[in-house]
Design a protein around this ligand. Structure first.
Ligand SMILES: Cc1cc2nc3c(=O)[nH]c(=O)nc-3n(C[C@H](O)[C@H](O)[C@H](O)COP(=O)(O)O)c2cc1C
Length: 195
């Protein structure tokens, strides 16, 4: 882990697993860093083995390495706020929820199951010394069009994955956010019943 990551560590009331305490979402990625195929496979295996409702696994992934046409297509769909930094990542993984089966019956937990998969991928990424920055800021319709997604296949998040780099390489407007303290609501507010 980089020094930067050490300084981003979560403050917790009691110790939690290092991977969870150290996980954070950088905007500064090393534009030269190339992910090995083995690492990409490990990320996808972590996503594959995440739980899902009734084991239906209503999630699919677009995997786009930097330099590929697919990577450019994902970049083009990013919001103005994400496009200046996210393409320095080594890889985009787009999580897609299959919201219905072939007969049109809804998969009620499709978005949840897609999120679970990315959560597992994220922890695996950190175990490999990588970082993940999830993004909701993108044009889902443009992505669906670019990748010819079928009806009911909804892009949920674009995840920038790579090696974190110093905040100084970011455009000015992102730098202070990169270094700002990480905060969360207190447990007392999150836990509505603690019997
Ligand atoms: C579903 C989702 C959508 C997000 N969308 C964006 C985004 O479009 N742009 C961005 O910079 N960060 C985005 N984030 C990152 C969050 O802002 C970030 O996770 C949060 O501030 C907590 O910071 P941490 O991940 O470093 O703990 C998103 C996160 C999630 C889970």
């Amino acid at each position: 882990m980089t020094l930067l990551t050490d300084s981003r560590r979560a403050e917790t009331a009691t110790p939690i697993h290092e991977l969870l305490a150290e996980r954070w979402s950088p905007r500064s990625f090393d534009p030269e860093f190339v992910l090995s195929d083995e690492a990409v496979t490990a990320l996808l295996e972590a996503a594959r083995w995440a739980p899902s409702a009734a084991n239906f696994q209503p999630r699919r992934f677009i995997v786009a390495r930097r330099g590929s046409e697919a990577f450019q297509a994902v970049t083009d769909a990013l919001s103005e706020g994400n496009r200046p930094w996210a393409p320095n990542a080594s890889l985009f993984v787009v999580a897609i929820a299959l919201t219905e089966d072939e007969k049109g019956t809804p998969y009620r937990w499709a978005e949840y199951d897609a999120g679970q998969a990315i959560a597992h991928l994220t922890v695996q990424a950190h175990a490999l010394g990588l970082h993940v920055h999830p993004m909701g800021g993108f044009d889902a319709e443009a992505l669906a069009l670019a990748f010819d997604l079928p009806e009911g296949a909804v892009p949920i998040s674009v995840n920038a994955i790579g090696a974190a780099a110093p905040a100084e390489q970011l455009p000015e407007r992102y730098r202070s956010r990169e270094l700002a303290p990480r905060t969360r609501l207190p447990l007392e507010e999150l836990v509505v019943v603690d019997a």
